[in-house]
Design a protein around this ligand. Sequence first.
Ligand SMILES: [Zn+2]
Ligand SMILES: [Zn+2]
Length: 191
Amino acid sequence: MKCAYHPDRDATARCSQCKKPLCDECAIPEGGKSFICSRCAALKAARDVVEGIDQRIGEKEGKKQEQELRKKWKSKIWVVSQLFIIAVCIAIIVIQVPRLVSTFEDEKPIRYGTHSTDARTDQCIKNLWHISKLLQEGKLPGKDIICPASKIPYVVTETEGDVVVRSPKPELYGFTEIRVSKKRPVPELIR
Ligand SMILES: [Zn+2]
Ligand SMILES: [Zn+2]
């Protein structure tokens, strides 16, 4: 058998890749008893280089993807935390707004303590709020403000440094005293 590359020379080996017969000069030892031709060796080397590049590109892309994934996660966490903060703010506003509104509402009858009051008592408390406002302005309630249960004006007691205004008949509402004063501007209902 002659060498595939040198038709005048006898083949002494065979290429492990293309199986072509090779002379001593053409047979490149691969280790052990295996030989390879120069063409296949070049192809193999080229393939190895390409594979190496592919691998490196793959690693780089893997890292890139990992970084992008991390970035995405970071941005997601950021968005979620922002949404959470916004939600908390909205919750606080929703909870606080009725309170704020109630502080601005004028002369609103209150249900003092744990006493449950009826509509007539509420009207009386509303009157006391109005009187409280007058007292704070340094005025006294006129006779036109009438206790709704007894149909008579409120009792005004001026003491040193204070003015107390009482319902004339608190017992009609089921209380021993219903009052407001300059010093204590929140109407009080005492059982
Ligand atoms: Zn070969
Ligand atoms: Zn040869």
